[in-house]
Structure formats: C-alpha cells, structure tokens
Ligand binder design. Structure first.
Ligand code: CA
Length: 225
C-alpha cells in the first residue's frame, strides 16, 4: 500500500517516511502543497498524511481542492496546536482524521491503520489463496497454521500479489506499488525479492504459488500453488 506524506519539515517527513517503510508501506514525500496536490491527484494512494502549514498552497487548500475534484483518498491532517487552523477546521474541510503535533510514530501508525480499516470496507480483512493468507491489519501472514516471517518489502510484495490472484502482474506494476515512485534502482530488484519470497512461502512447503510469466511478470495461483 502506498501512502503520500505532504510535510515541509524535513525531520518530520523523514521520520514518518522511515517509520511507514519499516511497516511495509511504500511512501512518497511532497515537501510543499503544490507537489502534494499533484501527487494526490494522480498517484494511487491508500492514504494521505497532510500537514496544514505548508509553503505555497497550504494543507487546507490541498484537502479542499481534492474533495472538490472528487478525490476520495482518506486524509489524515497534521495540525500544530498553535496553528492558524484547529481540529474542527481539519474535519470541516473534508479530512477523515487529524493528529496534533507533536505526535509519536506509534500513535500516527495506529491512526493510519484505523483510517485504512474505516475507509476501505471493501478490502477483505484477510487475503487468502488456498492455505496462504495475509492479514494486512494485524500485519501477519502464513501458510496454514505456520506463521511466515517476512521482511516489510516481502510482506508488501505478497500483499500486492494476493490482492491480484490469477492475474499477471508486471514488474513495473510491482515496482510502482511495492517500491516507491522515485525508485531509480535496478528493476530486477523485483526478481530478487520474488526469489526471497518463494524461499519463504513455497520452497519449505514444496509448493509453487508464484508463477513466472516469462517476459511479462508474475502470477499468483489463487489456490496457493
Ligand atoms: Ca509545516
């Protein structure tokens, strides 16, 4: 899942980015409102974390503009106690929740997860393919009764594949959704991570859940391989 963070204070943006990535989210950062609005319009985000006091276009304006344009991505507003706007304003302008600075990352993460649960009721609580399962809310996955220990990136990769069973997913699509928009490394990184994932979800169980579709991408067997 991708999250957009619009925050002009570099240390806050960096801390939030680091924390979300460690939890398996792909993260894009915008340091001003104009860039934030651009990304929010065209990016495919599960949620937007939006600071109110931003250079150029402020968060108030970004949120209102998105709602006017029928962009319904859930928005968590960050407000400062002594800011120009307060919590009531944040909700009035179409945000889904707000958090007052300073905040701890634990609280931010809990709010983001609650927001995702609340605003995406169509998302199945647990993704399944045969005996392979992944619970995004609890951040756990496994095969049958066995729990799998995946790194955040492996988890994100499996989550995306389980969300698109029996469908060929290209490397570019995986890079876009599981890595970050600004990723400029070797696209073969996807191959490397699919390899890691297979070693954890397939090899020990003598299964083959992730099929390579040569020259195109990967397909997750809806029966779990
Ligand atoms: Ca700010």
């Amino acid at each position: 899942m991708r999250v957009l963070v619009v925050e002009d204070e570099p240390h806050i943006a960096a801390a939030v980015e680091r924390g979300l990535r460690a939890e398996g989210f792909a993260v894009d950062i915008a340091h001003d409102g104009e860039r934030g609005l651009f990304l929010a319009r065209y990016g495919d985000y599960a949620a937007i974390i939006l600071d109110l006091m931003l250079p150029g276009r402020n968060g108030y304006d970004v949120c209102r503009t998105l709602r006017t344009e029928d962009v319904t991505t859930p928005v968590l507003i960050l407000t400062a106690k002594d800011g120009e706007y307060d919590e009531a304003d944040a909700l009035d302008l179409g945000a889904d929740d707000y958090l007052t600075k300073p905040f701890t990352f634990v609280v931010l993460l809990a709010r983001v997860r609650a927001l995702l649960r609340r605003t995406a009721p169509q998302r199945p609580a647990v993704l399944r393919a045969g005996d392979l399962w992944l619970d995004p809310g609890a951040h756990r996955c496994g095969r049958g009764d066995a729990t799998l220990d995946l790194t955040p990136r492996e988890f994100g990769l499996l989550e995306y594949l389980l969300g698109h069973p029996d469908t060929v997913v290209s490397k570019a699509e995986l890079l876009h959704h599981v890595w970050d928009a600004g990723f400029e490394g070797d696209p073969n990184i996807v191959e490397v991570y699919v390899g890691y994932l297979r070693r954890k979800i397939d090899t020990p169980y003598d299964r083959n859940a992730i099929e390579t579709v040569r020259g195109v991408g990967y397909r997750l067997d809806g029966r779990g391989g």
